[in-house]
Design a binder for this molecule. Structure first.
Ligand SMILES: *Cc1c(COP(=O)(O)O)cnc(C)c1O
Length: 437
């Protein structure tokens, strides 16, 4: 390495010269783009500088990369920047993981969908077919029973197969906002305690998540989920209405069991933070309905299924950006003015089973190693709560719900990895497929 010798590597020198030539009067932009500046190596800049192509992995995120994060690079080499939206191995996530649904689809539209995911769209002709929708619902129920057995064996609780299976499975990270989900569950708990006769659609909130070994706040949130789960389970007035199941050791194998049983797909990251997501696609192709923000590939799922077959909530990217730039966001004043939220904070501060969650609370209200509520959980809470009410109301109309579920399966073909790999081959790698045998 040349840096230690006091010499400058030629690549760096070339970047410096290029930047001076291209942006002679834009010192701040040059600084943002520099591979080495302020005594640090900027790995993302190095990566963009050295790469043939830069892909944001969803339409929204590719836009953010081009117009915001790496705008200097994009002005200089626009041809480098592209989008190939991520895809999933749907023969695993649908055909293998959900054999009953696979068989039903074959019966309805023939086996062609196993090689050409776009054929799933042929299912659209059944979206008002009562007999087909009934069979779809029956398959979902059997998959819920199968997951229920796993939960019984591993968590020792018996879940109600007629409750809504509301699923958030993904790495534990603050930007993915598992905490928003938990705060909503605590809000429901408070409502039941305030008025035991309140009409709440029974739900099983299923979580699966691993935290990085050194990620303290993520582990605190897992701890909170466990303690809250135990509190709900211990209360006979609550446990058959809202129940938390936290599945240990979240993995692909476990995921193959969860996806076919899911009804609500929680994709609730702060807008602008999730590059694409693929769990959203796995759940969609298994007939779960997305409850999500306009983030990552949720945006494209929304476009594909239309407003009537998804539950969208929360701030959009530009609203989040504005709130960040203004620098005036005050979660503390939300706590003071919003009764539902202050009651949740109060519940959390009482602790569960003797466990307190002071650092989680301060991360929301005063800041813990950073700004207070950096992921705008409290700012999006009311919009999320209202979207959850729409979910519950829609679920009461099973015919409608099943039709929405079918539309999601039918429109999931575009999220096949076959399509993504084909786009890479054609537009990035410049390689031809082998002739089919
Ligand atoms: C699909 C998958 C993920 C990615 O999930 P996201 O919701 O897109 O973050 C993570 N872990 C496992 C085991 C998966 O199967």
């Amino acid at each position: 390495m040349l840096i230690g010798d006091g010499k400058i590597p030629t690549g760096l020198l070339r970047q410096n010269i290029n930047l001076m030539r291209t942006y002679p009067n834009e010192a701040e932009l040059r600084n943002q783009m520099a591979i080495i500046s302020n005594g640090q190596v900027h790995m993302a800049n190095l990566c963009v500088e050295a790469s043939h192509t830069v892909n944001g992995v969803s339409s929204l995120h590719s836009g953010i990369i081009r117009d915001d994060l790496f705008r200097g690079f994009a002005r200089m080499t626009p041809e480098k920047f592209t989008n190939v939206t991520n895809g999933i191995a749907y023969r695993r996530w649908l055909c293998q993981a959900n054999p009953q649904l696979d068989a039903l689809i074959e019966e309805l539209i023939g086996p062609g969908f196993r090689k050409d995911a776009d054929r799933l769209e042929d299912l659209m002709k059944y979206k008002d077919d009562a007999a087909v929708l009934e069979r779809l619902a029956q398959i979902k129920r059997e998959n819920k029973l199968r997951l229920g057995q796993y939960i019984k064996d591993h968590n020792g609780v018996t879940v109600n197969p007629d409750s809504i299976f509301d699923v958030q499975v993904k790495r534990l990270h603050e930007y993915k906002r598992q905490l928003l989900n938990l705060i909503h569950i605590m809000y429901l708990y408070n409502r039941i305690k305030e008025d035991p006769s309140v009409d709440i659609q029974p739900r099983t909130f299923i979580f699966g998540a691993k935290a990085a070994a050194g990620y303290y706040m993520a582990k605190e949130i897992i701890h909170l989920a466990h303690c809250l789960a135990a509190k709900l389970e211990a209360d006979p007035a609550v446990r058959d209405r809202i129940r938390i199941v936290f599945l240990e050791n979240y993995s692909v194998s476990l995921s193959e069991l969860i996806m076919p049983a899911a009804e609500v797909s929680e994709q609730i990251s702060l807008a602008g933070k999730e590059a694409s997501g693929t769990g959203n696609m796995k759940l969609m192709i298994n007939g779960a309905i997305t409850l999500g923000t306009e983030d990552g590939a949720n945006v494209e799922i929304h476009q594909a299924v239309g407003d009537d077959n998804i539950f969208i909530f929360g701030m959009k990217v530009d609203e989040v950006k504005r709130l960040m730039d203004e620098g005036s966001y005050s979660p503390f004043s939300i706590v003071q003015s919003d009764h539902n939220i202050s009651e949740v904070i109060r519940l959390m501060s009482q602790g569960f089973g003797g466990e307190q969650f002071r650092d989680v609370i301060s991360s929301l209200t005063t800041g813990y190693n950073g700004a207070a509520d950096s992921y705008f959980v409290l700012a999006d809470f009311n919009s999320y709560r209202q979207a959850q009410e729409r979910v519950a109301a829609t679920y009461l109309d099973q015919r409608k719900w099943n039709s929405m579920s079918l539309v999601n399966i039918a429109k999931a073909g575009m999220f096949s990895a076959d399509r993504a790999v084909r786009e890479y081959a054609e537009r990035i790698w410049n390689i031809q497929p082998l002739p089919e045998k």
